[in-house]
Design a protein around this ligand. Structure first.
Ligand code: C5P
Length: 243
């Protein structure tokens, strides 16, 4: 049997050619990286959990009419997705100060923000994904003004959905990152949620104790990452999974 073709390998995932044109297979690795890959480890079972959790969130978004690249899960580590043209921006939504925002503005972690704040970072590992403004995005042609408006609207809908789902299981959604891709329906372009939504790309704090249940556990050496992600999966009723 012919080996399928690798299209792209990132820090936490690999993309392979899919079975039909316009599709890809997204494979979730166990690799964990932080601080632009200066800190690295292999966390047994992380890929399985993120595959399952991303499926859960993407299915939930589709159910409320938010378009995503997710088609179906294939197995424990792989999912079938729509091929998209990824917009080279990380779209971050913040509800409370944490991470780089807390540092940049000297805010205490956990401070509530006056309203959800959307930020854009230019996707470039060599540069450490720098924060960019809408001016940069338009001037350099990474997205049009219409794309920007659509990306902000999409990101805020994802925020409403994720915040609600998390709140329901006693978890505060502090912030998250999504990536957005273009698909073409004839001459018309649509923007859809791509990549993954998982505790690797969100900050999730237990409402009562403030315990961190996301990748900060790895970044800050706070304990077992798989225990934290399993707790999120358990609360959401996502089936127990084995690596
Ligand atoms: O580090 P920072 O505070 O800017 O991160 C904001 C949010 O975006 C966090 O939830 C973080 O996990 C996520 N993020 C990500 N991938 C990056 C940068 C940030 O998933 N490359």
């Amino acid at each position: 049997m012919a080996r399928r073709k690798k299209v792209y390998e990132g820090k936490a995932k690999i993309l392979y050619e899919g079975p039909e044109p316009g599709t890809l297979v997204q494979y979730f690795k166990d690799d964990a990286t932080a601080f632009n890959a200066q800190k690295k480890d292999v966390i047994e079972g992380k890929g399985v959990l993120n595959n399952r959790l991303s499926e859960f969130f993407m299915d939930g978004l589709a159910a409320i009419g938010v378009p995503t690249h997710f088609i179906r899960r294939i197995n424990m580590r792989e999912q079938l997705i729509r091929a998209v043209e990824i917009i080279p921006l990380e779209v971050i939504v913040r509800n409370r100060a944490a991470g780089s925002l807390a540092k940049r503005l000297g805010l205490e972690e956990g401070t509530a923000l006056p309203r959800p704040i959307v930020e854009f970072c230019y996707k470039d590992d060599g540069l450490g994904d720098p924060l960019v403004t809408e001016e940069h995005i338009i001037a350099f042609g990474w997205a049009s003004q219409q794309d920007l408006d659509d990306m902000i609207a999409l990101a805020l809908r994802v925020n409403d959905f994720l915040s609600g789902v998390m709140h329901g299981v006693g978890i505060k959604l502090i912030d998250f990152k999504i990536e957005i891709g273009r698909v073409w329906d004839g001459d018309y372009q649509r923007l859809i949620v791509a990549d993954e939504i998982s505790p690797d790309s969100c900050r999730l704090w237990d409402v009562k104790t403030g315990q961190k249940l996301d990748k900060d556990v790895f970044r800050q050496d706070l304990g077992s990452l798989t225990d934290a992600y399993s707790e999120v999966a358990k609360r959401l009723g996502v089936l127990p999974v084995q690596a």
